[in-house]
Design a protein around this ligand. Structure first.
Ligand SMILES: [Zn+2]
Length: 503
């Protein structure tokens, strides 16, 4: 598996287009024979070739199907040049849109803070819906605010091909995470429209609600619901934010969850989409370091989160002597080290664990912590290996509580999502598109999770990564060049085109 993931492709465009090939042989014919008759035949041939290419075919759909699929529908058409190389991204407009969307933020530039269902989130959504409309997409929203922009194919009854990402941003983050996969997807549609492409399967751009867990502590809320999570529907009935505003009230304030809404109405049937592709910044340094244009994601590591609480007697920091203590803070500290130990024991570089939250009560310098609260994140691309780490952490927590004489008052697995593998046909479409666009690419795994993790439950999935500056993400320094973004958009456009033509 490791080799599979680290294999690097430096792909070169090696084909001479049929037109060029034909032209070269025509030139040599011209120089060898140099007769008026040959020249006449040549002109005649050239004329009939171009007439056939651009005017002679009564069915424009078949012509574009050939151009975009990269293989001929009819043998007689095999000489039609592949027009993919003319795919043009309006980089200036796209950069302008990314910049404009970043101004809908609750913190000053260059940071972006856009939290679910806040005023800025609603404005950002409006901005995206407007762009979808301008791209000629028909827009629909579901009860939690997942937004769908659809371009009907000429066989709209077939399962559509979808793409998309999120626009919510954690406090003081950057303007590219998620946004590139939403605005870039709309631009990919524009690219295909400008190139005269006619999709067979419909294409849909999705803006997912709340990929970030900022407000309600639930990551990938929108895509989790789309993938049919009954547990989430139940949980959302009682979920509140830090201000004690319920999820449903917050959704209503943003214009969603109207009336007595059943959130399971959001679920999508398996088979709604024939494929889902997400364009995203890498959020890691590999592509930039290796000078590679595109990462083709083969698997997404999945997180599990744990909540742990220890309780002790507390007491005065001066008067309670060391042998008489049961320090809940030290129990947590010890568990933090145990997390690191168990993760390292797995022996795999793909296993990671982080104790990112540690709160002590009462939190005074002269008081022994009577209570500690920890939240632990652990991930892997191998579910079994990750779950073994969780089990070891649990055993350690029990053991630590015992030896320190504290109570393990909570050990809760908040979520334990399975990792996702990209679908072979989607990987193939992404690889072919990248090769045909003469871009370098690398197969890689995503160590961050994305909406694609959940879309994989209901659709064959794939992800396209583009480089980002030093791998920075979730901070204002997050940056991807418009050249890299445009490359990603081209690969996405061509991948969507190919997938939309598949049987
Ligand atoms: Zn993201």
């Amino acid at each position: 598996m490791r080799e599979w993931f680290s294999r690097t492709h430096v792909q070169k465009h090696q084909l001479i287009t049929p037109t060029l090939h034909y032209w070269v042989s025509a030139q040599s014919l011209h120089f060898h024979k140099m007769t008026a008759q040959a020249l006449f035949f040549l002109l005649l041939l050239l004329f009939s070739f171009s007439a056939n290419s651009f005017h002679g075919d009564e069915d424009p759909t078949i012509r574009t199907m050939e151009q975009f699929s990269g293989y001929p529908i009819h043998d007689s058409h095999s000489s039609i040049p592949n027009s993919v190389y003319s795919l043009s991204v309006d980089a200036q407009s796209l950069q302008k849109q990314i910049d404009e969307l970043s101004t809908f933020s609750d913190t000053p530039a260059p940071s972006v803070t856009r939290v679910l269902y806040t005023e800025k989130d609603v404005l950002g959504r409006r901005y995206v819906k407007n762009l979808m409309g301008l791209a000629g997409l028909s827009v629909r929203e579901d009860a939690v605010g997942n937004i769908f922009g659809r371009w009907d194919g000429h066989e709209p009854e077939l399962a559509a091909v979808a793409t998309g990402s999120h626009i919510d941003a954690i406090p003081y983050s950057g303007k590219y995470d998620g946004v590139v996969g939403v605005l870039g997807a709309i631009e990919a549609i524009n690219v295909l429209k400008r190139a005269g492409f006619k999709p067979r399967r419909s294409l849909e751009v999705i803006l997912f609600t709340s990929e970030e867990p900022t407000r309600f502590g639930i990551s990938c809320l929108g895509s989790r619901l789309l993938s049919g999570s009954e547990n989430l529907v139940k949980a959302l009935e009682t979920t509140t934010d830090g201000q004690n505003i319920s999820f449903v009230d917050a959704a209503r304030s943003a214009g969603y969850a109207k009336d007595e809404v059943d959130l399971s109405s959001v679920f999508l049937k398996k088979g709604t989409y024939s494929a889902f592709v997400e364009l995203h910044i890498e959020q890691g340094p590999i592509l930039e370091e290796e000078g590679i244009s595109v990462g083709i994601v083969t698997a997404i590591a999945a997180p599990a989160s744990l909540k742990v609480e220890f309780e002790g007697n507390g007491g005065h920091a001066g008067t309670v002597l060391m042998p008489n203590r049961n320090d809940a803070g030290l129990a947590a500290a010890e568990l933090g080290l145990a997390v690191e130990k168990h993760v390292l024991e797995s022996g795999s570089i793909d296993t990671v664990g982080t104790a990112g939250i540690l709160e002590l009560h009462p939190g005074a310098i002269n008081s022994i912590p009577s209570k500690s609260h920890m939240e632990i994140d652990t991930r892997d691309i191998d579910e079994e290996r990750r779950n073994l780490v969780i089990e070891k952490i649990h055993q350690s927590a029990i053991g630590i509580a015992k030896t320190r004489g504290v109570k393990l008052s909570e050990f809760n697995i908040i979520n334990q999502d399975p990792p996702a593998l990209s679908a072979e046909p989607v990987i193939k479409a992404m690889e072919t598109a990248t090769r045909e666009l003469n871009l370098t690419s690398k197969l890689m795994i995503s160590r961050a999770y994305h909406d694609s993790l959940f879309m994989a439950r209901i659709s064959p999935m794939g992800m396209i990564f583009i480089p980002c500056y030093k791998g920075y993400s979730h901070k204002p320094e997050e940056f991807s060049s418009i050249q890299d973004i445009s490359n990603g958009v081209k690969v996405l456009a061509l991948t969507l085109a190919k997938l939309s033509l598949q049987q």
